[in-house]
Design a protein around this ligand. Sequence first.
Ligand code: FE2
Length: 333
Amino acid sequence: MKEVYPDIFLIKERRAFNSIRPEVNVFLIAGKDGLIFDAGFGTRKTVKFLSGEIKKIEKRYRDAGKEFSIKGVMPSHSHGDHFNGIKLLRKYLGLKIIVTDRIAQNISHRKIYRKNYNVSEKYRYIKRGFFGDILHGLMEPLFYFFYQRIFGFSFINDPDEIIKENSEILINDEKWRIISAPGHSFDHVHLYNEEKGLLFAGDNVLRTITPWLGPPDSDLKQYLNTLEQILKLPRLNMIFAGHGSPIGNPVNRIKNLIEYRKERINFILEIVNNNSEKGITINQILNKIYSNEAGFKKRLSFGWVAVTLKYLEDNNSIIKVEEKRKIKLFPVP
Ligand SMILES: [Fe+2]
């Protein structure tokens, strides 16, 4: 645990399972009426660790004669490494669960969550075929079981407070704005303090790595729009990200991310343009980009390529043509 800004503490939840589970940040805005932003994983071990760290901070405040209380815990979005800790945090520390209406709906029940994560029609670039569909149907519960062990899924249908996106919340008598920020996920929100120029940006902006984008709930157009909106904030001194260390030069970092995504868009468009006669499938695109990489890397990269193709489709730069066994992409003539 580290105080990364006066009264803002970063608690890192460690990697596990040979790095399959990422390291994730949980923040405490500490004071007489504080807030925990993001809740990490939902396994007993990680939430016990988190609660222990929060109790240490509380002791530090009390020893210094400072008031200490936490009004609640609020996740930035409903990915497994960001919301699952809420239920056990409520149990162990008696905290209120505060969620936006979209996140509340998505995490209300296992069935709703799984359904939302299976709707990939928007990004259909592969035809699985009859046997492929059967295999997918058999594998899906196994994947779910695997994710359950890693993330400790913890659905909740009785949050204590549902707040609106683009509304304000008082934390330690200071105004913070809950800003709708779709892109990395459809229900993502940021938390912003204009006076200090501080922004909690979850997984939309990371310091050293490019935020993950992929089906079913990322959207590249919304993502770029969210980054542009951050640049328009009246004051921006520091970004606290969902993974990695805080970003002290946020404007540069966001400009770099926008630039990088635009380069990638042009790169994919060029590949499709260069294959205008016979068209090209998403797997062929992945083979061109990652010819020397392992299959796992290609699988992971499917996400950003799929959202980029969708972006180009929506922009009328490419079209999708369904053949009997394949889905091919062509440039718009
Ligand atoms: Fe995420």
